[in-house]
Design a binder for this molecule. Structure first.
Ligand SMILES: [Zn+2]
Length: 206
């Protein structure tokens, strides 16, 4: 009897040691972000690494294009589109492959990381001057280590394009919005403005 129990315990021990070893020493597909001076390399799940710092495109407004590899001329203005129940879109959708790195459009602070029914995995970033919230939605994941209260710079990787929330799995995209914030406005408040002219290259960000 003791021998049977001993064998069972030994089997359980060896099995758990195997899984501990497996998860620690066999590389798992998960996003990673590595920094070396001004160069930031991002590797999404199951995708080749991308050097972000060399791919940041900045519009004349001063905002960076939030999806790596997407150029201003590839954007389309979907701000006025209807989105059911009398709602207006109040954002633009930037189509890109699942797992494409998403970067901060401007310097600021991560104010809220929120998982919502419509937006899925989302980020609310407050600009350094407190006047704007930049909203990034339908992400597949956050950049590793991203946290509320964290200061970030324009071009820093903050997440990955996905289709969480009410986005179609067939059309992964970044839903991106900008809100003008009053002095006492919280992260979910503010008045939306159209990000399209600011990202597509029509004048300064005011
Ligand atoms: Zn959208």
């Amino acid at each position: 009897m003791l021998k049977v129990i001993g064998t069972a315990l030994l089997t359980a021990f060896v099995t758990s040691m195997f899984w501990i070893w497996f998860y620690n020493f066999v590389p798992q597909p998960r996003p990673s972000v590595a920094r070396s001076g001004p160069v930031v390399t991002v590797k999404a799940e199951n995708a080749p690494p991308v050097v972000v710092a060399q791919q940041v495109q900045v519009a004349p407004s001063g905002l960076a294009l939030p999806v790596v590899g997407v150029k201003p001329e590839q954007l389309s203005d979907t701000y006025e589109d209807a989105r059911g129940q009398g709602r207006r879109h109040d954002a633009i959708d930037i189509m890109a492959a699942e797992g494409t790195p998403v970067i901060a459009v401007a310097d600021g602070t991560i104010e809220k990381l929120f998982n919502s029914v419509r937006g899925g995995i989302t980020i609310y970033e407050r600009s350094t001057d407190q006047k704007w919230i930049y909203y990034y939605a339908h992400l597949s994941a956050y950049a590793p280590g991203l946290a509320e209260g964290q200061q970030i710079h324009r071009g820093d990787p903050i997440g990955f394009v996905g289709s969480t929330g009410n986005a179609s799995a067939d059309g992964p995209h970044l839903h991106f919005a900008i809100s003008r914030m009053g002095p006492a406005d919280r992260w979910w408040q503010g008045i939306p403005i159209n990000p399209y002219p600011l990202l597509a290259g029509r004048g300064p960000h005011r």
